[in-house]
Ligand binder design. Structure first.
Ligand code: ZN
Length: 429
């Protein structure tokens, strides 16, 4: 009896245990039934999560792209910023002797207005977007220092983009390190998780957004190590919707690039909008190329990696045929992904894309099938959407009666409603 009581005590279920007196029993029973019910519900949820954790084990593909590298696998490196709760991001504005902000103007008030404008246009939306994508669990607080920090070195000789990616990395490291150094006397970096440095619009030799990550790069202001940072260039202002910041923060969170980086490095930024660079995921996914990701829901797989989808929201299918009711990514709750493990590092994933939320631009809705390979490095196609059209567009979405065959399996949409698709997965003989 005593042992049972200890067990029950440990989960807060005291009622019925006390053998020493009826009055104690009554007192406990009357204490707070609502609290007990709440505790029971929590326990039930925990049991469901534990059961689901076991059930999805075969589908939680391990990272085989390098433990400290961006990957589509599990787990994400602890060096990346936390994906839940509140995260603090410093926002610094920098200009240059050769490219002063508001060239020709000397009015300090105008300069301040400009930093506010840029902040509202290209930073604020990222907060809302990531909050929605995480179903309310991830909250970024951007902390701007609203003045232009004048960089100590020449733009052209030190900070401008170079042709090689290593050269660009060094330039951006210098840019961010100098910006942090200039801001430090008046900015407290103590609880800062990441830093965004925005170059003045006039500095057009700093072109595209870029994320700098440990272990390759880190910054040490106020005695604390910051292993995640972002710099934005002149091209990023052309898509003033905050999603460039969200994309780069995606890297800070540990997500890989889903566009073809080799094309992007080879070609000028204008040509980055070509079909070739978008061939893996096309119009789907935040981590694809611009402007495709201008407005799009994030893949269920990426959200599962980040813990924004719970294990209970993933159906890991290993016997066939199996049918699953999917709910649209844009609606909180329900099963968001069917995962069929293929090998130790590959899986097919099915999710529901409806004309809702950030997918409101779609002209067709339906189930989306893609293949994940966690041995493929960032920017080389760790996620590839199954589609006849390249780059994949709305025609990749399967409506009622439509099917997609891949890797020995057939995915068929048996029924569809506003909330999502009912899909059947069969093994092909
Ligand atoms: Zn990227």
């Amino acid at each position: 009896m005593w042992r049972i009581c200890v067990v029950l005590l440990s989960v807060g279920l005291l009622a019925g245990c006390a053998s020493s007196g009826r009055s104690e029993q009554v007192a406990v029973l009357g204490a707070d039934v609502a609290d007990l019910r709440e505790r029971m519900n929590e326990l039930q949820e925990q049991v469901a999560e534990l059961t689901a954790y076991r059930e999805v084990a075969a589908c939680r593909l391990p990272n085989r792209a390098g433990a400290d590298r961006l990957s589509a696998g599990f787990p994400i490196s602890p060096e990346r910023i936390p994906a839940s709760g509140n995260v603090n991001v410093a926002v610094l504005f920098v200009d240059f002797q050769e490219a002063p902000a508001l060239q020709g103007e000397t009015d300090t008030a105008d300069k301040q207005t400009l930093t506010h404008e840029i902040f509202v246009n290209i930073v604020s939306d990222a907060k809302r977007y990531l909050k929605v994508m995480s179903y309310g669990t991830f909250d970024v607080t951007f902390r701007p220092l609203h003045r232009w920090l004048r960089m100590p070195h020449s733009l052209s000789s030190l900070y401008a983009d170079s042709d090689s990616s290593l050269g660009r990395g060094i330039s951006r490291f210098m840019l961010i390190d100098d910006a942090i150094g200039l801001a430090d006397p008046e900015f407290d970096f103590e609880d800062i998780d990441s830093v965004v440095v925005i170059a003045a619009p006039e500095a057009d030799s700093i072109r595209r957004g870029s994320a700098l990550l440990s272990p390759d790069w880190h910054f040490d202001p106020d005695g604390q190590t910051i292993g995640n940072a972002i710099s934005l260039g002149s091209n990023d202002r052309r898509w003033a919707d905050g999603l460039t910041v969200a994309h780069e923060l995606g890297h800070n969170l540990g997500l890989p690039d889903l566009y073809d980086v080799s094309v992007s490095v080879r070609k000028d930024s204008e040509e980055n909008l070509s079909d070739e660079v978008n061939r893996f995921v096309g119009v789907f996914g935040l981590m694809g190329a611009r402007p495709s990701y201008a407005r799009t829901e994030m893949f269920a797989w990426s959200r599962w990696q980040l813990g924004w989808l719970r294990d209970t929201q993933v159906a890991c299918v290993t016997s066939f045929p199996t049918s699953v009711q999917l709910t649209s990514l844009a609606i909180p709750g329900g099963v968001k992904a069917v995962v069929v493990p293929l090998t130790e590092t590959t899986a097919l994933v099915v999710e529901s894309r409806r004309i809702l939320g950030y997918d409101s631009h779609l002209s067709k809705e339906g189930a989306l099938v893609y293949k994940v390979d966690t041995s493929v490095p960032t920017g080389e196609g760790p996620i590839v959407v199954g589609s006849i059209s390249k780059p994949p567009d709305d025609t990749a979405l399967l409506g009622p009666g439509e099917a997609w065959n891949s890797d020995g399996y057939s995915v068929t949409v048996e029924d569809a409603a506003h909330e999502g698709e009912y899909v059947k997965i069969s093994a092909i003989d």
